[in-house]
Design a protein around this ligand. Structure first.
Ligand SMILES: Cc1cc2nc3c(=O)[nH]c(=O)nc-3n(C[C@H](O)[C@H](O)[C@H](O)COP(=O)(O)OP(=O)(O)OC[C@H]3O[C@@H](n4cnc5c(N)ncnc54)[C@H](O)[C@@H]3O)c2cc1C
Length: 376
């Protein structure tokens, strides 16, 4: 049985946040900054974070030329512009909060690699004009000269470069955010899985499974930030549909003389690669098997991994054919039909936040700020 003191100190909070990824922790930080007197807890099922935030590629990116051209066609120029602005604002908050050096941020720029002609190449000027006020003069430039600097295959048709993108160390980023949250008085409870939420009375009860026991926590408001796992806890007509998308990654052994710098996008963002401690990190390939990759499983598959290896040897490291693969993993992204992130009440006192659509490093801090504004 719990003591009176335990119940008051450990089981009753003003705000509970489920999920210790970038959205959950950023929400906790923004809430603690706005309301230092509130008792805030983050509940994370893993003993270490187990979500996409430490399974991603570490691109501090705002969208490549072809992705933004596609967004303009899909959602209109105003909405695409707003989305890029939210990403850029989120990145600024993240870098200010954590410090560039602490999270291994390198402002080495980003490149989109085209293996053949693509309609978006003709839209370079228009996209640059649209984003000028958000990003600055000529966000994207054609830099075909960089193909040889980076020792990419001669089959690369065009390279579009931006100086406004960077890479970071995702593990150190989340550590820095957790540290900041704790400094602000947030309780972080790892190894605590929320199995259900009961918000039908005047307060919210969270039924949790901690290592050796079932525990009920109460709070006045809850934020559900469990990425594509949200439907396991919350289902409401008030929230748009979430489609899970698995992202698979591999990392090579160290490569002698590697000359890649910054981040690289290919095939409308379906593939991405970067230098990482003298190795190549390469991910993507979801478009090869949309049905199979619509899953929250963290397994890797032969089909996608072989395709990544073929791309690695043909385009990225054409002169290092025998390079070994030392790491492989997968993580889950949460996609929305209109590519917009969602911050919405599923029911009174239950806020949900998701839908980074593969760009959570940029959007996580913005989404956290929006959640904190709503939690009055
Ligand atoms: C392979 C891959 C590459 C990517 N590359 C990039 C990139 O380069 N740049 C970029 O900006 N974005 C990238 N992304 C996307 C980015 O990682 C995500 O958008 C972002 O991490 C989502 O953050 P989140 O907080 O919503 O979710 P998560 O980080 O997944 O956090 C959710 C947390 O909730 C916890 N949880 C789940 N259910 C429960 C429960 N019932 N109780 C308690 N806790 C629970 C999980 O353990 C998890 O830690 C990539 C994603 C993947 C998968």
């Amino acid at each position: 049985m719990r003591s009176y003191w335990d119940i008051a100190a450990w089981q009753a909070y003003d705000i509970a946040i489920i999920g210790g990824g970038i959205i959950g922790i950023s929400t906790a930080i923004s809430c603690a900054e706005r309301h230092p007197d509130r008792r805030i807890v983050v509940l994370e099922r893993g003993h270490l974070p187990t979500g996409a935030t430490t399974r991603n590629a570490g691109f501090a990116c705002f969208g490549s030329l072809s992705e933004i051209a596609h967004d303009i066609d899909m959602m209109g120029a105003d909405a695409a512009h707003t989305l890029v602005r939210r990403r850029m604002e989120g990145l600024q908050v993240l870098l200010k909060r954590c410090g560039h050096h602490v999270i291994g941020y390198h402002a080495d720029g980003g490149s989109e690699v085209f293996l053949q002609d693509h309609p978006s190449l003709k839209r370079l000027h228009d996209v640059n004009v649209l984003l000028h006020d958000v990003i600055g003069d000529q966000p994207f430039r054609e830099r075909n000269d960089l193909r040889s600097d980076y020792q990419l295959s001669e089959s690369v048709f065009a390279l579009i470069h931006t100086t406004h993108e960077g890479t970071l160390h995702s593990g150190r980023m989340l550590q820095a955010l957790w540290k900041r949250a704790v400094e602000l008085g947030v309780h972080i409870r790892t190894g605590t899985e929320v199995s259900s939420i009961d918000a039908d009375t005047g307060k919210v009860t969270l039924h949790c499974i901690s290592p050796h026991q079932h525990v009920d926590l109460t709070c006045l408001q809850v934020v559900v930030a469990t990425n594509a796992m949200i439907p396991a806890l919350v289902q409401s007509p008030a929230i748009p549909e979430i489609t899970p998308g698995r992202g698979q990654v591999l990392v090579t052994a160290p490569v002698q003389g590697l000359s890649l710098r910054g981040s690289f996008h290919l095939d409308e963002g379906y593939y991405y690669f970067r230098e990482l401690d003298g190795r190549v990190l390469l991910g993507g390939g979801r478009n090869l098997d949309f049905a199979g990759e619509t899953t929250t499983s963290h397994d890797v598959t032969d089909r996608i991994q072989h395709a990544l290896e073929d791309l690695l040897r043909a385009v990225i490291l054409p002169t290092h054919y025998d390079v070994a693969i030392e790491h492989r993993w997968a993580g889950t992204m949460a996609f929305t039909e209109n590519k917009q992130p969602v911050v919405a009440y599923a029911q009174p006192r239950v806020l949900v936040a998701f839908g980074c659509n593969g760009m959570g490093i940029a959007l996580g801090s913005s989404i956290g700020q929006e959640c904190a504004q709503l939690l009055v």
